[in-house]
Design a protein around this ligand. Structure first.
Ligand code: HMG
Ligand code: MG
Length: 295
């Protein structure tokens, strides 16, 4: 078995987890959640996104959250366009994630542009961000399947990854937006991206719609990947991707990896306490394995 000694987990709960939440979560509650995640040993955290509050009302307090967290090492904010990136620069964000879908049909529904229109807009903005010393992560949606176009040929995802590499991004987060990928497809796509890129951090982002996420992570470990996005409590989903449900649960990823002797730096009991803080405010019950069995 090909297993690394340690794995980096990027916690996406406050952003991907909460963006799809129907209940209004107060900024104070979000802060308690984020602080708890940090105390659990999760330091790379997607905090919020600079998007239109008309499209995603739950992210409407992103500037307020940026006032607290933008200066803290590891915190990540998302922005899809010029306006969002300008806000991120004003707020002195140190790490910024841009996001684009491989499929036009999804990208149109998500950010009202085709994929190539988004890439054209992002290229000069990413160069500006790099000149300003900002760490840039590119999140790539519908990398395996699109809810509107069906299967995405791996070559299309690889091409988009290569384009982002040419723009100078530091990290690619390659996403199975609607949780349809299988371990074999995961192994293949991540191997191909690694073979086609150099000197770029490569992260896997699995939604757990069909309960394939942990198997996909295991397949990615075999392909040499050691960075994974995950969401505390397995909450999440993109409001503009039909059929998208929660991300793989951070606690289940940590449990699996630590039991296999792979260090994550995450304290599971503290993480459980943090999930217990947010759970009563959510509209869906948390069903992750570690939380349910050990709660
Ligand atoms: P639009 O309507 O085309 O925007 O939306 P516009 O440029 O025509 O402007 C319309 C209004 O929006 C204007 O305000 C702009 O100022 C404002 P008005 O004059 O009407 O008052 N506006 C903004 N406001 C705040 N922040 C901005 C911004 N840009 C324009 N950045 C837009 C385009 C991108 C704004 C919209 O489509 C949007 O907000 N989309 C957000 C979609 C989103 O957040 N999706 C979820 C995140 S992606 C994801 O979850 C996938 C991921 O997890 C990986 C995976 O799993 O696949 C990352
Ligand atoms: Mg996602």
């Amino acid at each position: 078995m090909n297993l690394p000694e340690s794995v980096k987990i990027i916690e996406v709960g406050p952003r991907d987890g909460l963006q799809n939440e129907k209940n209004v979560i107060s900024t104070k509650m979000k802060r308690q959640f984020i602080d708890g995640l940090m105390e659990s040993g999760l330091h790379d955290i997607e905090i919020s996104s600079f998007v239109s509050p008309k499209w995603v009302p739950q992210m409407g307090d992103s500037k307020e959250l940026a006032r607290y967290y933008a200066g803290i090492q590891g915190t990540i904010f998302l922005a899809p366009n010029k306006k969002g990136i300008e806000t991120a620069l004003e707020m002195n964000c140190k790490k910024l994630a841009v996001f684009v879908g491989v499929s036009d049909s999804f990208n149109k529904r998500n950010i009202n542009k085709t994929t190539s229109e988004s890439m054209k807009e992002l290229e000069p903005l990413i160069r500006t961000l790099k000149n300003e010393g900002v760490f840039v992560r590119a999140c790539i949606s519908t990398s395996f399947y699109c809810p509107y176009e069906g299967i995405i040929h791996p070559e299309r995802t690889v091409q988009l990854c290569k384009q982002f590499e040419q723009f100078g991004v530091d990290e690619l987060s390659v996403a199975d937006t609607i949780g349809m990928a299988t371990p074999k497809e995961s192994y293949r796509l991540f191997s191909e991206i690694q073979d086609s890129t150099e000197n770029i951090l490569l992260t896997a982002h699995f939604h757990d719609t069909r309960k394939m996420a942990l198997s996909n992570i295991f397949a990615c470990l075999q392909a040499g990947i050691n960075r994974f996005d995950a969401s505390a409590g397995g909450i999440g989903g993109c409001p503009f991707a039909k059929g998208a449900t929660g991300n793989v649960a951070t606690e289940d990823v940590v449990y699996m990896l630590e039991r296999m002797g792979i260090r994550t730096g995450v304290n599971l009991p503290k993480l459980k306490e943090t999930i217990q803080l947010i759970a009563p405010h959510l509209s869906n019950t948390i069903t992750s394995g570690y939380y349910t069995v050990e709660a």
